[in-house]
Design a protein around this ligand. Structure first.
Ligand SMILES: [Mn+2]
Length: 310
């Protein structure tokens, strides 16, 4: 099933792994795990990771010259569209492979491996690296650890609606093969410092609940008061997800006079169609929209509110 992927890896001397803008744990750990796997098994090849934006928990960037990229096999992980890729030079790669778990709206690769049922791209990569085609290749403890962290980060400790039996199987396989200490890795990905905990407490005060719809809007003033950057604040949407009586929840932050908004929902409540109406997109239960006016944001919240009571 992954024979063509292996053939392309064998064919190229240079491989560059790409990731998406504003990298999250799934994307960052998956890119790093893939690059470790390739370095371990193909010592004669040159492996690089492209992308300049950093992920706080695991900041990792390296310089990759244009020349290198042009002669590379480019493998993009966790990135649904070319517009989302951190380093646009992906398009100049000699051959492109996409490995992703977002709905396949743009198959920009020469080869595309997309499984939108996977809870994380780390889950799909686990399936690939432990498949028959890659059976004879070495999977280090480090590779197992980072793939496991990727899954933990996107499924928030195996609890999002995208988590399936397959996700747990991937997690169990990685824990076994990598001899992982599960509680330590959960702490590493999910625990926060006392400073962040206090900020979360302040963020929670901005929660509004209307029926089965909950939302937080933080304008510039709120963000300054809490002393948190907009992007970091938005990650705390998971806090609202812990409320059992909500079907849909959203988190909007002001950015350059407009609002960026993340939307999440319970299993049967679709939100990506509404996000797409406002030029956003994403998964059935997890979407995002950028650059909304306050009027558009209000309009979208009305639609989400209505959907949440259906
Ligand atoms: Mn992901």
């Amino acid at each position: 099933m992954y024979k063509q992927l292996l053939e392309k890896i064998l064919e190229y001397e240079r491989i560059t792994v790409f990731r998406h803008q504003r990298p999250d744990g799934d994307c960052m750990f998956s890119a790093y795990a893939l690059s470790c796997f390739l370095k371990d098994n193909f010592k004669e090849k040159q492996i690089r990771i492209a992308g300049k934006e950093e992920y706080d928990l695991f900041p990792y960037t390296e310089d990759v010259p244009d020349e290198f990229i042009k002669s590379s096999l480019g493998i993009a992980v966790d990135t649904s569209t070319i517009a989302r890729v951190d380093d646009k030079r992906l398009e100049s790669c000699d051959y492109i492979i996409k490995i992703d778990h977002h709905p396949a709206i743009e198959n920009y690769g020469n080869l595309n491996y997309v499984d939108d049922k996977a809870g994380a791209v780390g889950e799909l990569l686990t399936e690939i690296l432990f498949s028959g085609d890659f059976a004879s290749y070495y999977k280090s403890k480090e590779v197992c650890k980072y793939l496991y962290c990727a899954i933990l980060a996107d499924t928030i400790n195996f609890r999002t609606s995208s988590t399936t039996a397959n996700t747990l199987k991937a997690g169990a396989l990685l824990a076994e093969k990598g001899d992982l200490v599960i509680s330590e890795l959960s702490d590493y990905i999910l625990n926060v410092s006392s400073t962040v905990f206090r900020k979360i407490t302040d963020i929670r005060k901005h929660l509004n609940i209307s029926g089965s719809f909950g939302y937080i809007i933080l304008n510039n003033e709120d963000l300054a008061d809490i002393d948190i950057p907009a992007l970091e604040a938005k990650n705390h949407i998971t806090e609202i997800g812990n409320i059992i009586d909500l079907n849909i929840w959203a988190f909007a932050v002001e950015s350059e006079g407009r609002f960026d908004c993340s939307i999440r929902s319970k299993k049967n409540y679709r939100v990506n169609d509404i996000a797409m109406k406002y030029n956003g997109g994403g998964h059935f239960n997890a979407s995002g929209v950028r650059g909304l006016s306050i009027e558009q944001l209000t309009e979208m919240f009305n639609e989400l509110h209505e959907r949440s009571s259906q």
